[in-house]
Design a binder for this molecule. Structure first.
Ligand code: KIV
Length: 271
């Protein structure tokens, strides 16, 4: 960490300056937001990962502005006071700076989000970031693996493994910081590269699959809670194994309905 401290949310700034790690988890609905609002997790992300884990699609690309707003509104209702970040969906910030600002403002106004996250670092994208920040919208960058452009960037692979790609990641990170990002999400970046980037920046980095050297971490809650029995990639950790618990609960319910033990007297109403 060096240089001037840029503007970003105050509790992140405090954690970052005091050298404390920042925790973030995805969230897509009211019930989970209510639970998360009772935890110490620092920030919620309504990620476009909802396209895959909620909608069952093959990538994050099909998610629309209306869909992200629909989910973010629910999360905000469940967690009115938590720091809430929302992803700008694929294509919603690429046609022109004007349409990017319009879409960003629409998301901010309808959801009560505290900031937006955008993928990439092209010259055009840097202009978009600058304009959004000028418009008063806190922006988090997203570098490394950027799932919205996975079809043109070579698939779901660890980024920064060669000197050239590490240098490009560093250039991207510094440009995003200069454009006004308050933080940078690093997805699937080789660990020593992610650590080095973090040391060169004066904004916090939030890692996923990028090792322990970032300023904080984010996980998709389905991975964290073990909700998908068929998905256990190396970069996630199952803090619970709820898929088994949930399947067992439904099977017990089914058995009790069929053997007549549910509803019991205690679940029934009498004159
Ligand atoms: O959409 C998402 O959930 C993300 C992950 C990288 C956390 O951006």
């Amino acid at each position: 960490m060096s240089g001037t401290i840029l503007k970003y949310p105050s509790h992140w700034q405090k954690a970052f300056q005091e050298g404390r790690k920042i925790s973030m988890a995805t969230c897509y609905d009211y019930s989970m937001a209510r639970l998360l609002s009772r935890t110490n997790v620092d920030a919620l992300l309504v990620g476009d990962s909802l396209g895959m884990v909620i909608q069952g699609k093959r990538s994050t690309v099909p998610v629309s502005v209306d869909e992200i707003i629909y989910h973010a509104e629910m999360v905000r209702r469940g967690a009115p006071d938590q720091f809430l970040l929302v992803d700008m969906p694929a294509g919603s910030y690429h046609a022109s700076i004007e349409s990017a600002v319009a879409n960003a403002m629409e998301i901010m106004k309808r959801t009560g989000a505290d900031g937006l996250k955008l993928e990439g670092s092209s010259p055009f994208l840097l202009q978009v970031v600058t304009r959004l920040v000028e418009s008063g919208i806190p922006v988090m960058g997203h570098s490394g693996l950027t799932p919205q452009s996975v079809l043109t960037s070579g698939g779901y692979r660890i980024q920064g493994k060669t000197d050239d790609s590490a240098a490009l990641l560093k250039e991207a990170a510094l440009s995003l910081q200069a454009a006004g990002c308050f933080g940078l999400l690093l997805e699937l970046v080789e660990s020593s590269v992610a650590q080095e980037l973090t040391e060169h920046l004066n904004i916090p980095t939030i890692g996923i699959g990028s090792g322990a050297g970032t300023s904080g971490q984010v996980l998709v809650y389905h991975d964290l809670l073990g909700l998908d029995p068929d998905f256990s990639p190396r970069h996630t950790k199952k803090y619970a194994d709820l898929s088994g618990t949930i399947i067992q609960a439904f099977n017990q319910y089914d058995a009790e309905v069929k053997d007549g033990s549910f509803p019991g007297v205690e679940n029934s109403f009498f004159k």
